[in-house]
Ligand binder design. Structure first.
Ligand code: ADP
Ligand code: SF4
Length: 690
């Protein structure tokens, strides 16, 4: 198929200083939790982006010097020439597909604790460092010698980047992570010398780093500046007017402006808190200040929205991190007129949790993300079937849908049976909850793909029993029957059921998703710590309930620190009037109230309420699987070769884990998978001994 002419504008080549991007699709720098520990995985991940049509493919932040590192987070390093081989490989791989390679040189300064190197962090002023974890470390105010050193280190890193083959070299002043931003900031820069005080002085380091980088590598490389337009804390922080003035001071100095918000949580807002294109108010109009190309992000997955950004003169290049993770082949699909096949990012930020937990990146929509090198999984290609057997997949949640899709692509004859009247499992139920509408894309992408696969049949209203399944005679059976929320309160705090007096109203998230919310005052006990408790608190408030949220943790939805949502969630619940009771657990539930205990002292108190909602653990719906397993003796007569349980029915977890489980089942159905050793390749640090 040919691409739609209205998208031609996205495929125009764009000169950036001495280099030219082949199109306007620009994969901005993004972390991947691989970095220096898993460099081969990093290289293959970036290569596939270029193969998928991204005209520019950038690294994550690259630590340029050992005096500034952000342990425990794992990024790439450019400390000396020994760090070059994977970067050379990345440039060659990206160039092999006609794309440009960019590198984000980062000196984190007062954002790095230096726990690995034990060097004293350097910043504009003597202040505590500004890490997520309030580390007990202070940065030292840089003197003139330190500034001269930093300029030399940055220059050396730029020269190394050029040697590696990069086409675009960044000066990083964004997200609260880059030292030049700390100098720009009135909050952190308390200097009285020529690097402090006036805006021109505070911008001096940024200007010098741009000039140095241009001087060092500007003949061959484009110099990009990544800057944050707003810290979203009002006049006390960097804000649009001030940053416009900074850009105005050096508008034509770099070859490209890459516009972001600060901190990272504001830049990578989840779909619960920001729609596609939400950054437009912060970047519109910047092109009037500079003639240099401007790139910006906005979780763009719609080619119409992207083309509109260019036509309206807001952006020259469409920046993307998450959309390129969910679908590395997004540009190619538009180019080939297959935009309906784009696997759209759902804005859940599970990708971010890779970096935040120092583990390789994973994605809810794209189960191959992070597995490109170690498992050899490609996002668009999958081996043909290795057997003539037919597959029955039971349950059309994310695990079942992905298993059926991937098996269908492999050429297997697949029957997908779903008990309910509609597909999607937990996706269909949860996407109706406040703020989670975009999650429906997990279901919709797969249904669209199944539609094009004549070898996959989908049946609704088909709650299958063990006898029925054994009677069908499928060779392979995958049970993907999901899970249900527990009603007894077992999770992390309680390992025995919470005592419930007769007549008490005890609800679970499934009850709320199935029907009308309760009335009156609801105590919500959240021992799950991810999104569900806070989302249901919103639902209850919308239904005019009074909500008290009790949690053994210090904060609501603590795990969402990893998805960058925690502060926004807590703010929203407080603004909605939810009474948040931290550090307490329910110890007894009665018809008119609950008893709670302090997690530290055990001291109890009583609170009145009309109903209790338990957001605790989930129970796998594995009865069907267990029955099939118990009847192993009947398999041969029924023609069954294997029975597997996948997704939440195996162990309740993330939606990303269910999609991954479905995909993995499809890949490994006819493969010998080792169980006594890792079923993937891994990078092993070179052992140097003595
Ligand atoms: P997962 O996240 O593992 O995909 P879900 O809970 O989202 O799990 O989906 C499981 C799906 O399986 C639900 O849509 C449910 O209706 C369906 N299901 C459960 N038991 C059966 C059964 N016996 N036959 C067919 N479908 C079933
Ligand atoms: Fe998008 Fe979620 Fe995938 Fe991240 S993990 S790219 S937010 S779908």
């Amino acid at each position: 198929m040919a691409r739609e002419p209205r998208y031609d504008i996205l495929f125009e080549p764009i000169p950036i200083g001495p280099v030219t991007a082949p199109n306007r699709f620009y994969q901005v720098p993004h972390c991947n939790g691989m970095g220096y520990r898993d460099p081969s995985g990093m290289v293959e991940l970036r290569r596939i982006k270029a193969e998928g049509g991204w005209g520019v493919v950038c690294t994550e932040q690259a630590e340029i010097h050992h005096t500034s590192e952000i342990t425990p987070f794992i990024e790439i390093r450019l400390w000396d020439d020994r760090d070059l081989p994977p970067l050379v490989a990345m440039c060659e791989a990206v160039h092999g597909h006609g794309a440009l390679a960019g590198i984000e040189l980062a000196y984190n300064g007062m954002n790095g604790p230096n726990f690995y190197t034990r060097e004293i962090p350097l910043g504009p002023s003597d202040m505590p460092i500004i890490t997520f974890t309030n580390d007990p470390v202070q940065a030292r105010a840089m003197d003139r010698e330190d500034i001269a050193n930093l300029r030399r280190w940055h220059r050396n890193a730029a020269l190394r980047a050029k040697k590696a083959g990069f086409d675009i070299v960044y000066v990083y002043a964004a997200h609260g992570f880059g030292a030049p931003q700390h100098f720009l900031s009135r909050r952190y820069n308390r200097r009285s010398d020529e690097y402090g005080g006036s805006l021109e002085n505070r911008a001096r380091l940024l200007r010098e780093l741009i000039e140095d980088t241009k001087d060092a590598v500007g003949d061959a490389c484009a110099i990009a500046v990544r800057i944050s337009m707003d810290e979203m804390i009002g006049a006390a922080g960097l804000h649009r007017e001030e940053v416009e003035d900074v850009i105005g001071l050096m508008a034509e100095l770099p070859d490209l402006w890459d516009l972001t918000l600060s901190g990272w949580d504001n830049d990578s807002r989840s779909s619960r808190f920001a729609d596609e294109g939400a950054q437009q108010p912060f970047v519109a109009g910047i092109k009037k200040i500079t003639t240099k190309p401007v790139v910006g992000v906005g979780r763009f997955t719609s080619p119409d929205a992207m083309a509109a950004m260019v036509r309206k003169g807001v952006l020259d290049l469409i920046g993307a991190a998450r959309p390129s993770i969910a679908d590395p082949f997004l540009p190619r699909k538009i180019e080939e007129g297959r935009q309906d096949e784009i696997r759209e990012c759902i804005g859940c930020n599970i990708c971010v949790t890779g970096d935040m937990t120092m583990s390789p990146i994973r994605c809810t929509q794209n189960p191959t993300m992070g597995e490109e090198w170690r498992r050899g999984w490609h996002p668009e290609r999958i081996a043909g079937k290795g057997s003539a057997g037919r597959v029955l997949v039971v349950g059309a949640g994310p695990a079942g849908l992905e298993a059926a899709r991937a098996l269908g692509k492999r050429g297997y004859a697949v029957t997908l049976a779903e008990a309910r009247h509609e597909p999607g499992g937990r996706i269909t139920r949860e996407c109706r909850l406040p703020g989670l509408a975009a999650w429906a894309r997990v279901r919709d992408y797969r249904l669209q793909q199944l539609n094009d696969l004549p070898n996959v049949e989908l049946y609704y209203d088909s709650a299958l029993s063990c006898d029925q399944i054994l009677g069908f005679g499928y060779e392979y059976i995958a049970v993907a029957t999901g899970s249900r929320w527990r009603r007894d309160g077992l999770a992390r705090f309680h390992q025995a059921a919470i005592p419930v007096a007769e007549g008490a109203t005890v609800l679970t998230p499934d009850d709320l998703m199935d029907g009308a919310p309760p009335r009156g005052h609801v105590v919500l006990f959240d021992d799950d710590h991810y999104y569900m408790g806070s989302v249901l608190a919103e639902l209850l408030v919308a239904a005019d309930c009074t909500v008290t949220l009790v949690t053994p943790a210090a904060e609501v939805a603590g795990w969402t620190q990893n998805t960058l949502e925690q502060a926004a969630i807590q703010r929203r619940l407080l603004e909605l009037g939810v009474d948040i009771v931290p550090h307490r657990a329910l110890t007894r539930i009665a018809p008119d109230g609950v008893a709670t205990a302090c997690v530290f002292t055990g001291g109890t108190d009583a609170r009145s309420c009309d109903a209790v909602l338990l957001v605790t653990a989930r129970q796998p719906e594995d009865a069907l699987y267990l029955e099939l397993r118990d009847r192993r003796g009947d398999w041969a007569a029924a023609g069954v070769e294997s029975v597997a349980v996948i997704g939440d029915a195996r162990a309740p977890g993330l939606i990303a884990a269910a999609v991954y489980a479905g995909h993995r089942y499809a890949r490994e159905l006819d493969a010998e998978v080792p169980v006594d050793e890792p079923p993937f390749r891994r990078e092993i640090a070179q052992f140097r001994g003595t």
